[in-house]
Design a protein around this ligand. Structure first.
Ligand SMILES: NC(=O)C1=CN([C@@H]2O[C@H](COP(=O)(O)OP(=O)(O)OC[C@H]3O[C@@H](n4cnc5c(N)ncnc54)[C@H](OP(=O)(O)O)[C@@H]3O)[C@@H](O)[C@H]2O)C=CC1
Ligand SMILES: O=CCCC(=O)O
Length: 293
């Protein structure tokens, strides 16, 4: 199967390498062209524009940072819309809101193409290992056709129905994750300020009912103030913001998520946006001056 791939950041690079390893022919495009080099070393072809990728490939996957990037790659000059047509499928795996996904879907299907949104749960390592969880929605026929690619990229794929459902499910999951990371960070700070061993806290948490892979993997690095980016904090804050907007739309009060979003915003203002999202720990550590007022 020949697949196009747009966006070679942390996730896109790992996912496209994985497809190459499993025998797919892959044509890549990335805004910063030098990021294509490593893919070429592993057998990928490079196209000069998103439109050129679409022209060459029956199926094209996108993995882009946020709604504005996802829209730009489709609607701007040399974008996806210039070449999408009947018989071609476009699969956007970026984490965006349902409105963005719907706009893209309408434009693609308006030109006769097929559209699937397919955001993923799982980060850099699961992407490298083909262990993502795929949350697809949109054109079921396209979903069925690209299952061989999803089987390489992920350990489980869900088809969630109409366009928007995948985007919404992903935002709900990441809203929970961002809130958990804040609670975990507060716990680590509270342990330290109370004179307790943070390592012992990690050991105890890992043995009980709140044990989870995220605390286990990120905790040891966090207590050493190391935050190598797997999931960049700026993207987690984008997801909190989009999840809160979904809460607004549905009149769901989410005070925990709102507080977590503020902590991620504070971390961004401290210049931590390109660190892993666990770097919110650094923002949580800073005493809240407003509390003294
Ligand atoms: N990292 C993770 O653990 C996970 C991330 N996600 C989601 O996947 C998506 C990608 O994440 P990740 O790979 O970590 O992000 P990165 O920041 O590593 O990569 C972002 C990609 O988007 C491209 N891009 C950004 N802005 C534009 C633009 N205006 N036009 C064209 N291309 C653009 C970048 O190109 P360039 O190289 O030129 O900057 C790069 O290829 C995000 O939506 C994120 O929320 C989902 C699950 C896990
Ligand atoms: O969107 C990013 C998800 C990261 C993860 O699931 O660990």
């Amino acid at each position: 199967m020949e697949v196009g791939f747009l966006g070679l950041g942390i996730m896109g690079k790992a996912m496209s390498l994985n497809l190459l390893r499993h025998g797919f022919k892959v044509t890549v495009w990335n805004r910063t062209v030098s990021r294509c080099d490593v893919l070429v070393e592993h057998g990928a072809s490079v196209a000069e524009t998103p439109a050129a990728v679409i022209k060459k490939c029956k199926y094209t996957i996108a993995m882009l940072s946020d709604p504005s990037a996802a829209l730009s790659v489709v609607f701007d000059k040399d974008g996806v819309l210039e070449e999408i047509c009947s018989g071609k499928g476009y699969i956007d795996m970026s984490t965006v809101d349902s409105d963005t996904s719907s706009k893209i879907s309408e434009a693609i299907t308006g030109k006769g193409g097929y559209f699937l949104e397919a955001p993923v749960s799982g980060s850099k390592k699961p992407a490298e290992d083909g262990q993502l969880v795929i949350l697809a929605a949109g054109e079921k026929a396209l979903y069925d056709e690209v299952i061989p690619a999803f089987d390489v990229l992920g350990k489980k794929s869900f088809f969630l129905g109409k366009v928007g459902n995948g985007a919404k499910m992903k935002l709900v999951v990441n809203m929970i994750m961002g809130s958990m990371m804040n609670a975990f960070s507060e716990g680590l700070v509270l342990a330290e300020r109370s004179g307790l061993s943070q390592q012992t806290l990690l050991d105890i948490v890992d043995l009980g009912g709140i044990a989870n892979p995220m605390f286990k993997q990120k905790g040891p690095a966090m207590i050493q103030s190391k935050f190598p980016p797997a999931f960049p904090l700026k993207h987690q804050q984008k997801d909190m913001r989009l999840a809160l907007a979904l809460g607004d739309e549905n009149a769901v009060s989410m005070p925990v998520a709102a507080a977590a979003n503020e902590a991620f915003k504070k971390a961004r203002s401290l210049g931590l946006g390109d660190n892993d999202f666990s770097a919110v720990y650094e923002a949580v550590k800073i005493p809240d001056c407003s509390a003294d007022a």
